[in-house]
Ligand binder design. Structure first.
Ligand code: NIG
Ligand code: FE
Length: 413
């Protein structure tokens, strides 16, 4: 059955074939003017053309009148910690009394405070949490998410998190998932960091590889967590085992993770908040994507990373939610608002960072293009409740969307 969307407002197709670098100065390159229609055949975008032409040719399709509403691609959230249990809300008081993230971790908060409740949760409970979160994400226009393990921190629990993620990835009507093993997130409460690195290399990674659900490996490379040397060993071994590589770097301080990211040519180096300029350029020169996660400095009360410098210098970049117990947003429109309404980035440049650019690091399981609206790509799109494309990131706290088309299925919000 074909579905024909007619009378679209402006369509931010974002099609360029490659990630978009720098401030977008000529918006017309990435936007179709109002008046077009989009023909969806099953789960694929079959044609984009003038409304009248499509209506004449495909009068038997199910017709949906968009009444001039603007359209953007399904959003791609390329960095989430989707699966965990527990609640760390009380940490806000510690934060407000002046404790740093590291000090909170050292007194029993932080990542390890999420590990015990996660280990104690049943598969069913974790799947339910995951599905609820995916539904929130979809309500906010996300059609595909990268999902990391990392709150099990022993081999059995890490395997279990990935297997729960794999099972919810198959649920119809929910965003698709791309799975990442983040066993190297922190040392578990029962082991020293050195002993845990040994477990990661000799036991956990081989079992994760054998399980086969994770496409990528990630490491929290940060002074106080995994050193550059430990990260290098884990990442090199992961690559040998066929995993793609991602990193958390320089979240709180410039710890040298950027140099390792460029040396290893990892797919994406995320946070990159305090990276020095040389490391930023080295990463860019070696094709490493920088993913900014501004929800984290927002929840930490920190300043924001230098988006403008990176755009001025045409550094390869994306943005993502970093959804985790310390940063509980699954809304990319809210992340967009931080860039646009707090950091003077244009709405269309911010949109590139969580569509075509994030899709480049986070492939769709169908193998089809996503993050852009082109013929032959997966039919993942969002209809804004506005004739203006800019509205995608101007409603923090609310979803700006009227509807989402997920793999060809219309979902009215
Ligand atoms: O990306 N920094 C490491 N991991 C998460 C936070 C984890 C947590 O606080 O539970 C992040 O920000
Ligand atoms: Fe993270």
């Amino acid at each position: 059955m074909r579905m024909l969307l007619v009378n679209a407002g402006p369509i931010a197709h974002m099609a360029s074939g490659v990630p978009i670098r720098g401030h977008i100065t000529d918006e017309s390159e990435y936007i179709h003017k109002a008046g077009l229609g989009i023909l969806v055949n099953d789960y694929i975008i079959e044609r984009i053309d003038q409304t009248e032409a499509l209506l004449a040719e495909f009068s038997d399709a199910e017709i949906v009148d968009l009444e001039g509403r603007a359209v953007i691609p399904g959003l791609v959230d390329s960095h989430t910690h989707l699966l965990w249990a527990g609640d760390r809300s009380r940490e806000i008081t510690w934060k407000q009394s002046g404790l740093s993230y590291k000090e909170i971790a050292d007194r029993g908060g932080g990542i390890s405070a999420t590990v015990m409740p996660t280990r104690e949760s049943s598969n069913e409970a974790l799947a339910k949490l995951g599905l609820n979160r995916m539904a929130k994400s979809l309500r906010n226009g996300t059609t595909h998410l990268e999902v990391k393990s990392g709150y099990g921190l022993d081999t059995q629990s890490e395997l279990r998190l990935l297997s729960v993620a794999e099972s919810i990835a198959k649920v119809e009507g929910m965003p698709s998932l791309d799975l990442t093993w983040l066993g190297a997130h922190a040392a578990p409460p029962e082991l020293s960091l050195d002993a845990y690195v040994e477990v990661l290399l000799s036991e956990q990674l081989p079992k994760i590889t054998e399980q086969g659900y994770a496409r990528s490996a990630d490491v929290f490379c940060e002074p106080g967590w995994f050193s550059v040397e430990q990260s290098e060993e884990i990442l090199k071994q992961s690559r040998k085992n066929g995993l793609d590589l991602r990193m958390h770097i320089d979240e709180f301080t410039d710890g040298g993770g950027g140099d390792l990211a460029s040396e290893l040519k990892v797919q994406t180096a995320d946070h990159a908040h305090y990276s020095n300029d040389n490391a930023r350029h080295a990463m860019n020169d070696s094709g490493v994507n920088t993913a900014f996660l501004p929800g984290t400095p927002y929840t930490m009360g920190d300043k924001f990373p230098p988006f403008d410098y990176c755009l001025e210098n045409e550094i390869l970049w994306s943005i993502a939610s970093d959804f985790n117990p310390n940063c509980q947003t699954l809304s990319l429109p809210f992340i967009g608002s931080i860039l646009v309404q707090r950091n003077d980035i244009s709405p269309i440049s911010a949109l590139a960072a969580c569509t075509v650019n994030s899709a480049a690091t986070t492939p769709h399981p169908s193998g089809l293009a996503h993050g852009s609206i082109v013929e032959g790509s997966i039919a993942n799109l969002n209809v804004l409740d506005s004739p203006w494309l800019e509205s995608w990131c101007l409603k923090p706290g609310h979803s700006p969307f009227k509807a989402t088309i997920l793999e060809g299925q219309m979902i009215y919000h």
